[in-house]
Design a protein around this ligand. Structure first.
Ligand code: TGC
Ligand code: FAD
Length: 390
């Protein structure tokens, strides 16, 4: 049986198809059986549970919206959101691995790649035989990626790539990397790098207190010879990488609510079991206030992302709408994680419960894929028509 009840205060299940519910159940069962029993240990040891890659592929977590002819599942965006939600109930780091693989590696190859590139890489990425990473952020260009200095020069049948990327999820073990760099005219292009190319290194980043079960690293390019056939032919300019971010941010808007649901669910159950002053702490008004606010914010978030999913299915979701949802879901999850942790008292700081891990993970989630501030400024720009970045 399902590990948790979905918080479903407004009967949102009625908006889901039988297929959506089946997908949710499949991913939820997998999280319960394969992920939840081991995740705390891997997070404590700051190790990515690589053995889970095959299972993630089997439940369709890699590129669920990519058409079946390329190894994807050809599902709609609500399904994609549900998969991210259930994975992040388990751990944001594992959802990150799936987000990167599907939205940031498979999506650009599918949307901007040649037929040969699609056939060569997509089925192997969908099955987890190849793992990928996405290199946009640089040491000196995070929120402002268009300033990137990674660049390549024409050298006949190949190009010579130089530069470095930082904070790259999956980098330490990725077989391929979708890297964004500038050509001699300063135009941004996407290149597919393969592990083993001379001059291409992926050192791991250590010492993170957040997303500890996700491997993060740098990408270093020292005169890497990249065959021209590895350049994504069908996009030029920042709309390439930023278009991929729309996909990943959409998934995070559902995913972060999953982390919030797990914190709420844990705090609710604990509040009924923990006795202080001779009654369950859930009977005290202060604790009820926390729980009531949690379920209210989760419900508002669920409605937002469901509507966003339907707009995305109709190809009508705007980047600014996606920014609003990503920002709202992550903030919701952060506030709920903090309140839920307090509700567990001392037990809340231990690895016996998932809340503290979610809380720490969410510090990365609120930072990557555009910080909280950046998404606010995107909304500000959208409603005023005035650009605060320039
Ligand atoms: P700007 O001048 O506004 O636009 C440049 C061109 O890009 C187009 N564009 C978009 N296209 C598609 N989707 C979007 N969301 C787009 N936003 C902009 C725009 O229309 C324009 O096209 P064209 O044809 O006119 O050239 O761009 P800007 O340089 O001023 O930057 C705007 C800003 C600040 C919003 C953007 O740079 C931004 O979003 N910054 C945040 C950076 C970010 O989110 N980085 C994420 C790195 S990847 C990551 O974190 C992965 S974590 C993975 C995990 O583990 O889950
Ligand atoms: P900065 O851009 O230096 O921002 C610092 C602070 O300044 C922030 O609070 C920001 O909001 C604020 N700020 C910046 N500009 C403005 C402004 N105009 N107005 C007001 N405030 C502003 N990147 C990838 O390319 N691929 C990945 O796979 C990836 N994975 C990641 C995994 C983890 C665990 C982390 C932590 C990051 C990852 N990133 C990845 C990088 C991530 O996208 C960046 O960290 C993020 O975009 C912010 O960039 P920065 O860290 O350089 O912060």
């Amino acid at each position: 049986q399902d590990q948790y009840e979905s918080p479903d205060y407004y009967l949102l299940d009625e908006l889901l198809s039988e297929e959506h519910k089946l997908i949710r159940s499949t991913v939820r069962q997998w999280v319960k059986k394969e992920l939840s029993p081991v995740i705390e240990d891997f997070a404590q040891r700051a190790e990515f549970p690589k053995h889970l890659v095959k299972g993630l592929a089997e439940i369709g977590a890699f590129g669920p919206t990519i058409p079946e002819e390329y190894g994807g599942a050809g599902l709609d965006y609500i399904s994609y959101g549900i998969i991210m939600q259930e994975l992040e109930r388990g751990d944001s780091g594992i959802r990150s691995t799936a987000s990167v693989q599907g939205s940031l590696v498979m999506y650009p190859i599918f949307a901007f790649g040649s037929e040969e590139q699609k056939k060569k890489y997509l089925p192997k990425l969908a099955s987890g035989e190849f793992m990928g990473c996405f290199g946009l952020t640089e040491p000196d260009f995070g929120s402002n990626p268009s300033g990137m200095v990674t660049n390549f020069k024409d050298a006949g049948d190949h190009v010579i790539l130089n530069g470095a990327k930082m904070w790259i999820s999956n980098a330490p073990f990725a077989d391929i990397a979708v890297v964004w760099g500038k050509d001699e005219n300063g135009d941004v292009h996407g290149l597919i790098l393969e592990r083993g190319m001379e001059g291409f290194l992926t050192p791991e980043t250590h010492g993170k207190w957040s997303l500890r079960a996700s491997a993060t690293g740098e990408l270093v390019f020292d005169n890497v010879r990249v065959p021209k056939e590895n350049i994504l032919p069908n996009v030029k300019g920042m709309k390439g990488p930023l278009g991929c971010l729309n996909q990943a941010r959409f998934g995070i808007s559902w995913g972060a609510l999953g982390a919030a649901m797990d914190c709420y669910d844990t705090a609710l159950r604990y509040s009924k079991e923990r006795i202080q002053f001779d009654k369950p702490i859930g009977g005290f008004q202060l604790q009820q206030k926390k729980l009531a606010e949690m379920i209210t914010e989760i419900t508002k978030g669920q409605l937002l992302v469901w509507r966003l999913g339907t707009l995305k299915n109709e190809n009508r979701a705007t980047p600014a709408q996606i920014s609003m949802a990503k920002r709202n879901s992550v903030e919701t999850a952060q506030i709920i994680a903090r309140d839920a942790r307090q509700m567990l008292g001392g037990m809340g700081i231990t690895g016996e419960y998932s809340i503290m891990r979610h809380m720490m993970n969410l510090e990365s989630v609120v930072t990557y894929e555009g910080t909280h501030d950046i998404h606010l400024l995107i909304t500000g720009m959208d409603v005023t028509g005035l650009n605060a970045f320039k």
